[in-house]
Ligand binder design. Structure first.
Ligand code: NAD
Ligand code: TYD
Length: 361
């Protein structure tokens, strides 16, 4: 039986993962540690909150003392680190918290894992760890930077992040790697492409467009809308993380992606058409500074070496996701009733057709 510390388990992917794991491995204990920032929402977990193998603790991964207590009390043997500041636009506005949470928070978890998992805790140089322990860092394809019109991200590429968000995630990857090289701490890193699915906070492209469409609000498309992302359903991401947890070779990095490249404009038009709205809602707005033009994943390492493959086609996944938002209007209303509108007004106050700015070629 594993005792897994899932950090950031009240966020979009983390909450889907917690539920996935409790169902798939009913004998595992899941300890969900989340600081409940604006992005953390316990409503995402209400259907499993009384599961006897599930514990929620409100805590910050930067809090060393608290992390130490948690590792000790729950005898943690596995960490899946989802906790992060995750939105590029926010990182452009306020980079600092991206560094403290995404980099320092990760390092605090690594130190705590090292301390509790070493066979000989008194030996500073001990590289032997208890059987079966693992630190799994959830990273992103954005650490590779941007692609031109062709080519795919492979795990051996240099990290060339362009936003404060992706730079903080790349830094976290490097410190996780260093703990493996220097101290022998067992780890894997996964780098996934853009996720979509239920419970995604409506600051990200797909839920923001669905929410705005439902309210007949303008749909803010950055630049020319021809940027490309490689979309993956969150369920497929959870399956991939589970596979890496159990089968990933020590120290290895695995890309996760669905071979599913779409332009932002294609996505927005698909949402408009599915909801029976008019394309006149589209508003081309000023581009995001440093906006990466294209991401696309080569997933052949995880598919050939670990046997994972995505199950969802984008057509079924997006249809199901839009239906989920239609069926869960109360969830959206609760999410957008707090500080969300303040954020929205700040970021999108200048929506206008005149604002179209030069985009990166
Ligand atoms: P999210 O923003 O929805 O959730 C992040 C969670 O982390 C929230 O519940 C928040 O409360 C928690 N958190 C933030 N700071 C914390 C701290 N200091 N201590 C404890 N908890 C804290 O993010 P998400 O979209 O679910 O992404 C999860 C992870 O997956 C992130 O590491 C992100 O970089 C990575 N990722 C996301 C995507 C994507 O498309 N969403 C793609 C690839 C990788
Ligand atoms: P996002 O969901 O923020 O993910 P990321 O930047 O991490 O890939 O954005 C996905 C794409 O959609 C990205 O190219 C930016 C674009 N976008 C818009 O055009 N308008 C929006 O309002 C948002 C939030 C994103």
């Amino acid at each position: 039986m594993k005792k897994i510390l899932v950090t950031g388990g009240a966020g979009f992917i983390g909450s889907n993962f917690v539920k996935y794991m409790l169902k798939k491995h009913p004998d595992y204990k899941i300890i969900n540690v989340d600081a409940l920032t604006y992005a953390g929402n316990l409503e995402n977990l209400k259907d499993i909150s009384d599961n006897k193998n599930y514990t929620f603790i409100k805590a910050d991964i930067r809090d060393r003392k608290k992390m130490d207590e948690i590792f000790f009390t729950y005898e943690i043997d596995t960490v899946v680190n989802f906790a992060a500041e995750s939105h590029v636009d926010r990182s452009i506005e306020e980079p600092e918290v991206f560094l403290t949470t995404n980099v320092i928070g990760t390092q605090v978890l690594l130190d705590t894992a090292k301390k509790h998992w070493k066979i000989n805790p008194d030996d500073k140089y001990c590289r032997k760890y208890k059987e079966g322990v693992k630190f799994l860092q959830i990273s992103t394809d954005e650490v590779y930077g941007e692609l031109g019109k062709t080519g795919l991200f492979v795990e051996t590429m240099p990290l060339l992040p362009n936003s404060p968000y992706s730079a903080s995630k790349a830094s976290a990857d490097l410190i996780v790697r260093a703990y493996n090289e220097t101290y022998g701490l067992p780890m894997n890193i996964t780098r996934c492409s853009n996720n979509y699915g239920p419970y995604q906070f409506p600051e990200k492209l797909i839920p923001l467009m669905i929410n705005n469409c439902l309210k007949d609000r303008d749909l803010p498309v950055y630049g020319d809308g021809m940027q490309i992302r490689d979309w993956l359903h969150v369920y497929d991401h959870c399956q991939a993380v589970d596979v890496v947890l159990h089968k990933g070779a020590d120290g290895e990095v695995y890309n996760i992606g669905g071979n599913n490249e779409k332009t932002n404009l294609e996505i927005v038009k698909l949402i408009i058409n599915t909801l029976g709205k008019s394309e006149s809602l589209i508003k081309f707005v000023k581009d995001r500074p440093g906006h990466d033009r294209r991401y696309a994943i080569d997933n052949s390492k995880i598919t050939t070496q670990l046997g994972w493959a995505p199950e969802y086609t984008f057509e079924e996944g997006i249809k199901e996701t839009i239906q989920w938002y239609l069926d869960n209007t109360e969830w959206i209303e609760n999410v957008v009733s707090g500080d969300y509108m303040k954020y929205y007004d700040k970021m999108y106050s200048n929506i206008s057709n005149e604002e179209v700015a030069a985009t990166k070629e």
